[in-house]
Design a protein around this ligand. Structure first.
Ligand SMILES: [Zn+2]
Ligand SMILES: [Zn+2]
Length: 72
């Protein structure tokens, strides 16, 4: 079982650690991703699929503007 941060895509083995580790690379605290833990992951804005949540959150340019955001 893995938990992912929906902002930076970083995986954590423990949800408590995710919510208490403090510094997300995207700013603020990590926020748990509520969706499924295995790919493909879809951007909720443009629908593009990614095999890795980390790639989704770091690929930069969404066709709808800004960065891709995972679909919960
Ligand atoms: Zn994060
Ligand atoms: Zn997108």
């Amino acid at each position: 079982m893995a938990y992912f941060c929906k902002k930076c895509g970083q995986p954590f083995s423990d949800l408590y650690v995710l919510t208490h580790s403090g510094s997300c690379t995207k700013g603020g605290c990590h926020e748990p991703y509520a969706g499924h833990e295995t790919g493909p992951f879809h951007c909720k804005k443009c629908g593009q699929s990614f095999s890795d949540l980390y790639v989704l959150t770091h690929s930069g340019s969404c066709s709808k503007g800004g960065e891709h955001e995972p679909l919960d």
